[in-house]
Structures are given as C-alpha cells and as structure tokens.
Design a protein around this ligand. Structure first.
Ligand code: ADP
Ligand code: MG
Length: 391
C-alpha cells in the first residue's frame, strides 16, 4: 500500500490537523511516562519547519461520548508544552476563533475528541467540523489506526491527507517485517492464550517460513498432540483449532516450532522450585511456565538462518524469575543478530514490549511498535481503516 508522507505535502502558510496518540499514563494528576508525547516531536517540528501551523487532535481514556472532566486534555497540555518545547494552547468550545488567532509557533490542542459521540461513530458531521479547522490532515497515531473514527477515517476523505513521521516509521517497519520481507521470515508468537491470537496464527502460517509458538499457547498445541500438560494453562477445547493451524502451516510450508523441553513448577511465584523436563514429561501436578534450554537453542538456530523476525508474545511467564529465562535468551540472540546486521527484528504487543525492556534489548531491535491493538491487527492481516484512508 502507498501512502503520502510529510515530504509530499506543501505546508507553507497552511494549518495542519494532526491526529496524535498522547494517551499517556497519569497518576495523581501527574503524567508518569511522556514517551508517547516524545514520539510526536519529529512530526510537529517538521510541519513547523515547512512553514505550517499545528493543531493537535487526540483522545484520552474512554469517556464514551460524554464530557468527563478528569479526562480533559487540559490536564495534559502543560506536559505536551514541556516535551515539545513549544507554546501549547488547549482549546475547547469555539475552535474557529482560536484557530484564526493562532501564532506560527503556537500549537493548539483540541479537547478530548471522544467527548463527542461523533468521534467513535465515525460521524461525517463531526469529521467535517474538524476538517473545517485546517487545510491538511496528518495522521501520526498508528496505535489508533485500527479504529474507524471521525479523526482517523472520515476526516482523511475530506482533506489532503498524509502519514506523520511516527506513522510512516511504523508502517515502513511493518512492511519490512511482514508486507514485503527479506526471507526466510520467522515469527514468534507467545503469550497466554491461543483464543486471543487465533486470527494472528492463522495469518502468519501463510506468510512466514517458521513459526515459534511459546508461552501458555504452546501448551494448547502440545495437548492437541496428546501430550499431558498437567496443571498448565491450556485451552483443551481448542485442540481441534490447534490441529487445524498446524495443518494449515504444513500445507503452506511453514515449519512450526513447539518447545522441546520446558520449565515446570508447582507454584507460580518468585523463587518457586522449578525443573527442566522434556515437553512430554510435565508432571501431573506441575505447570509449564517457560521454554527450556534445548528449545532456546533450537530457536536461536532458526533465528540465525532467518533474515527477518516478527515477534509478539513472551515465551514464558516472564513477569517472575526464573520463568523469564527463555524470553530473555531468545531476545538477546535476536538483538545480537540485529546489531550484526544479519536480522531485521520487529516486535510489538503490550507484554512483549515490557519483556524486551526487561531483557534490556529493546534498543537493539530494528523496531519496537508502541501500538498494541493496531500492531496485532496488522499481524492478523487486517486492513487498518486509518491506514487505508490515507491511500
Ligand atoms: P502481548 O501483550 O505482548 O500481546 P500476551 O498478553 O498475549 O502478550 O501474553 C503475555 C502473558 O502471557 C504474560 O502475562 C505471561 O505471564 C503469560 N504467559 C506466558 N507464558 C505463560 C505460561 N506458560 N503460563 C501462563 N502464562 C503465561
Ligand atoms: Mg498482553
């Protein structure tokens, strides 16, 4: 798919309506992590450098179409100003006057879009009202692109539109990993349950050369082969589904890697007694909580002969040591290969990003997506409405 970027647009003397994701975590009225705001700096700076003025549009929380004062972007505006290093004016009510009066380096921040029911309904009227405030629409919120909302979808049909820097970076990374990758491609899919990742598995087996299945969902695949997984997290009712996915993989020439050995414990707590056993030897009263060293070595071999890696979901219950060992070791191998220029590595997913940060390798991956739902839907092969509307 082709989309325009900031480089394709003429911003001189124009007002840019920029959809951003600044849905930052707030505790006791304080923003505790500004990374989402930091990521929009290149787009804001570039538009201003090209002579354009910036109007930011964003959502915050889930007010469900009603005004919820605690979710007002007024509270976030000072932090946005600090991080951007620019005067930021939060506006509410009559946007038209504020827009007419804005200075060149001033950034306007519109009130939480989701206070208006038209936003989540992808309402044409609300989109028109927003569009009337600017000349060019820029979408820099990949993480909201899986939703067809007025500020992500309808508005893109009303104004000349393009992707912001962050959106373009994200799309390029995903294209490199799954759209048009260098082969062989290996995918790692881990996490808790098969049921949450069915579409993702079904899509990946037709696109990648090898699929490493880890985490709790590997137990479901092992059980589907008739292996007793004891008290492990396992969706026994999905045995048929797991077999279908395995068959689909075989038909598509995708090799599936399941754990060969596993780390088992009787309880899931820090410092719990654990042992490594063969995947088929899980004791009846134990749980599989991580992949074992043989599995990790096998995964490393596959990484070494691959050119591209796409990763979602940890290989074990990484929140508690020692069940983070397989995830850490595989992440380290991927990071080393990436640093050596041998692998393009792209990862995403809330817990995956946390696990890679914990492993200390996040900076060494080619790209780590900050988008949760949108990243997963991309991996599922779905068309994201906010991306399609830019085409
Ligand atoms: P992401 O947020 O990256 O998409 P998921 O939410 O699907 O990832 O999965 C992460 C969760 O999976 C973590 O809470 C982790 O503890 C859990 N998990 C991984 N392996 C196991 C296992 N063997 N047993 C139970 N839970 C597991
Ligand atoms: Mg998760």
């Amino acid at each position: 798919m082709a989309w325009k970027t900031l480089d394709d647009m003429d911003f001189a003397g124009k007002r840019a309506l920029v959809r951003v994701d600044i849905n930052v975590p707030v505790e006791d009225g304080r923003v505790t992590d500004t990374s989402r705001i930091e990521r929009i700096i290149p787009t804001v700076d570039d538009i201003q450098a090209k002579g354009g003025r910036v109007i930011l549009m964003a959502h915050f929380g889930r007010p469900k179409g009603k005004v919820v004062p605690e979710m007002s972007l007024e509270h976030i505006a000072p932090t946005v100003a600090d991080v951007l290093g620019l005067p930021v004016t939060w506006v509410n009510g009559d946007y038209a006057d504020a827009v007419a009066a804005m200075d060149d380096d001033e950034v306007l921040l519109l009130e939480n879009l989701r206070f208006n029911p038209g936003e989540e309904q992808n309402d044409e009227g609300f989109a028109k009202r927003l569009a009337s405030l600017g000349d060019i629409y820029v979408n820099d919120a990949f993480s909201a692109a899986h939703r067809a909302h007025a500020s992500t979808e309808a508005i893109a049909h009303l104004l000349p539109s393009c992707a912001g820097r962050l959106m373009a970076e994200e799309l390029d990374a995903l294209e490199r990993a799954l759209g048009n990758p260098e082969r062989p491609v290996v995918a790692v899919v881990g996490g808790a349950k098969v049921s949450t990742k069915l579409d993702l598995l079904g899509n990946l087996v037709t696109k990648v050369d090898a699929l490493v299945i880890g985490g709790g969902m590997a137990n479901t695949f092992l059980a589907a082969q008739g292996i007793d997984v004891g008290k492990s997290l396992c969706e026994h009712d999905l045995a048929d589904t797991a077999r279908d996915i395995a068959q689909k993989a075989a038909a598509a020439g995708c090799e599936i890697l399941l754990p060969r050995d596993v780390v088992v414990a009787r309880e899931f707590k820090a410092g719990a007694d654990s042992e490594v056993v063969k995947a088929e030897d899980c004791p009846a009263d134990a749980m599989i909580l991580d992949a074992g060293p043989d599995s990790v070595a096998h995964i490393a071999q596959v990484f070494e002969r691959s050119k591209t890696l796409i990763w979602n979901g940890p290989l074990g219950a990484f929140e508690i040591a020692p069940f983070d060992a397989a995830t850490n070791a595989a992440a380290k191998t991927a990071a080393d290969l990436t640093k050596a220029g041998k692998l393009v590595s792209v990862a995403g997913g809330g817990d995956t990003v946390a696990a890679l940060n914990q492993a200390g390798v996040a900076d060494d991956f080619t790209y780590i997506s900050g988008a949760g739902g949108a990243f997963l839907e991309w991996m599922e092969g779905k068309t994201l409405p906010g991306v399609a509307a830019l085409g």
